[in-house]
Design a binder for this molecule. Structure first.
Ligand SMILES: Cc1cc2nc3c(=O)[nH]c(=O)nc-3n(C[C@H](O)[C@H](O)[C@H](O)COP(=O)(O)O)c2cc1C
Length: 225
């Protein structure tokens, strides 16, 4: 077992979404350990509906090229699952806050559409990460399966953080599922819910200095009784 360096509390306090990676691959044994441990999370009726695909090396590069071409083509997204909620109210404000934080650190001007598009397209280049993960499940599961996939993926993220490995959850990786579906030969009844880029954070990259805020405790939880 690789040497964990952080407690869960430390990992949660230290973590943030990483959007610039070094090219160094994560050893395969470490990735296998992380996904093996993540299997211990709970799931609805122990259904364990997730299947993650970790894509690396030349296949990751090929997939990234195909995805950037597709996402950059101007074609509308074609997600396997409903993933196009228009945030309203405080959610919209927080969405703007997160975007402003990223654009602020990376020097993207709010009205510079070309720069915003380049920034967005980095999603499908996996932010130069050496590994891209696609979290899939059978389509019929809908929201029930999505809860389980989220729990599984968060365990993966924390286990990575514990080992000093960074990641970024990416709904964007479910928006143009075609290239990954073909490469992974997914059956028709299976869909890509979201993805994640994994690797070692580039400590020099401005994007990785992006800081987001959290609501106060009483807005997140109410203790009753
Ligand atoms: C399910 C999910 C999907 C996300 N999709 C994307 C994405 O497509 N691209 C991206 O850059 N960040 C994505 N994020 C990262 C969020 O923007 C980020 O978690 C949020 O702004 C809080 O920042 P932090 O993770 O640095 O604390 C996603 C996060 C989650 C949990």
């Amino acid at each position: 077992m690789s040497e964990p360096c952080l407690t869960v509390t430390q990992a949660l306090q230290a973590r943030r979404s990483t959007r610039a990676f070094l090219p160094t691959p994560v050893p395969r044994a470490v990735l296998e350990e992380v996904f093996a441990l993540a299997r211990h999370v709970p799931s609805n009726c122990n259904t364990q509906p997730w299947r993650a695909y970790v894509v690396s090396g030349a296949q990751k590069d090929e997939l990234s090229r195909a995805l950037v071409a597709e996402a950059g083509s101007g074609r509308p997204p074609d997600s396997d699952f409903e993933w196009d909620v228009k945030f309203v109210g405080e959610h919209r404000e927080r969405q703007f806050g997160a975007a402003a934080a990223l654009y602020g650190t990376t020097g993207v001007e709010r009205h510079d559409r070309a720069a915003r598009q380049r920034s967005l397209l980095r999603n499908w280049g996996f932010f130069d990460a050496p590994h891209a993960v696609f979290f899939t499940m059978q389509r019929y599961l809908g929201m029930v399966g999505a809860v389980d996939l989220g729990i599984f993926a968060q365990a993966v993220a924390l286990l990575l953080a514990e080992r000093g490995i960074a990641c970024c959850f990416q709904g964007a990786l479910g928006m143009y599922p075609g290239p990954a579906r073909r490469m992974l030969e997914l059956p028709e009844d299976v869909g890509i819910l979201f993805g994640m880029s994994i690797g070692y954070a580039d400590p020099e990259a401005p994007a990785n200095r992006t800081c987001t805020e959290r609501v106060d405790l009483d807005a997140a939880v109410r203790f009753v009784g």
